[in-house]
Design a binder for this molecule. Structure first.
Ligand code: HEM
Length: 360
């Protein structure tokens, strides 16, 4: 029996490859003097983050492959949601791990900071990979930074391994989660029908009319309670409606993904749409968790190095604060501005299509 043979008995240590793992905290080869306690703490915190990034990348790829098909089976949506929920929880955990980093005082950090040279979290290829998998584009990044270009340069200088470069090239070829999500949203049945341009157009026009009608009641109410005059309130309400029209009807034609998203968010009572809605909520939750993670990193850095330049050569905290503007799933955020309370929009047509609770 294998389990009785001491030669191949699985132990905690060999299952986790602990010897190897725990021998990796003394800096690169020839690092002299060996890391102090504070420096080892700095290494351990970074390595813990990188291990979690590895897991996030794996979860995101699995989610991406499940959604990257012409017809996503309904029973796959909960699986996608569970992959993404794990990522959100990891980012929430990481956002609080900066507190451990903050037990290092600025002086303790300065004692070994010069030894880091130009190395910086900026070069974390796993972080760049997960941003690419989600769909953060170069043009959305500070200074239009292209992580592929940066890493190709490092690779050509022999500072990035072939296998890392090959993996980044492979990820670069994949569609992003944002793209596959958008394709999936575009197939949402609206009023019981998928892919009918006229039905989509009418649905969006009706929604915009509800916004206008609701806007009028908001203006009347605000004026009545003395929260401004019609002249001050009307332009704001109307510009919101112009924004919604541009978003939902670019060039005058309903955008199927945005119309589907609006439908999912508007009719929260339709059972068939409850998992799609969970998926949308989970993606928003993930992006929110990442933003909080970025924000807590920036605050930790400000506390640690003030307004100094980063070791990676950026302006430091100012740069990190600019990354807080990053939004990947822009449509998912934008649609929130356009929602109208449920009793101010029309009831869904063909509600039976969406299941038992929809015949109100
Ligand atoms: C004393 C601790 C730390 C300080 C002072 C610090 C400082 C900085 C600074 C100044 C930057 C901007 C780029 C540059 O010019 O270097 C940066 C970027 C970054 N750091 Fe840290 N960091 C610390 C710890 C960590 C840890 C533990 C991680 C975990 C992996 C991390 C991950 C990152 C990432 C991913 C970026 C890139 C952000 C982006 O470009 O969006 N940092 N860090």
């Amino acid at each position: 029996m294998g389990s009785e043979n001491p030669g191949i008995r699985m132990t905690y240590g060999n299952f986790l490859q602990l010897d190897e793992l725990l021998s990796l905290q003394s800096g690169p080869e020839g690092y002299d003097p060996a890391p102090s306690n504070h420096e080892m703490h700095f290494i351990v915190v970074h390595q813990a983050f990188e291990l979690w990034f590895k897991q996030v990348n794996r979860e995101l790829e699995e989610a991406l492959h499940l959604l990257n098909v012409p017809d996503v089976e309904e029973n796959k949506i909960p699986v996608v949601v569970s992959h993404l929920e794990r990522c959100s929880e990891i980012f929430r955990l990481l956002a609080s791990q900066w507190k451990v980093m903050e037990t290092l005082s600025p002086q303790d950090f300065l004692a070994f900071r010069d030894r880091l040279g130009t190395s910086s979290g900026f070069e974390s290829w796993q972080m760049r990979t997960l941003e690419m998998l989600l769909g953060l584009k170069s043009e959305q990044r500070v200074g239009g930074m292209d992580p592929m270009e940066h890493n190709r340069k490092l690779h050509s200088e022999g500072k990035l391994s072939d296998s890392v470069m090959a993996n980044m090239n492979r990820i670069d070829e994949l569609p992003s989660l944002n793209e596959v999500l958008s394709r999936w949203l575009a197939r949402t049945p609206v009023n019981g029908v998928s892919g009918d341009t006229e039905i989509l157009q009418n649905y969006v026009e009706d929604h915009l009319s509800s916004m206008v009608e609701h806007g009028e009641s908001v203006i009347a109410h605000m004026v009545k309670i003395g929260h401004g005059t019609e002249e001050s309130i009307r332009p704001r309400i109307e510009s919101g409606i112009v924004g919604a029209r541009d978003f939902l009807l670019p060039d005058g034609v309903a955008n199927p993904a945005r119309a589907g998203l609006l439908y999912i968010e508007s009719y929260r009572e339709l059972p068939l749409l409850s998992w799609p809605r969970r998926l949308v909520d989970t993606v928003v939750d993930l992006e929110q968790a990442m933003l909080l993670f970025r924000s807590h990193h920036a605050r930790m850095v400000e506390r640690m190095i003030g307004r100094r330049m980063g070791t990676g050569g950026s302006s430091g905290v100012d740069y990190l604060d600019m990354t807080l503007k990053y939004r990947i799933f822009t449509d998912l955020w934008a649609v929130r501005t356009m929602l109208v309370k449920r009793d101010a929009i029309a009831d869904p047509v063909n509600s039976n299509f969406y299941g038992y609770a929809a015949d109100n």
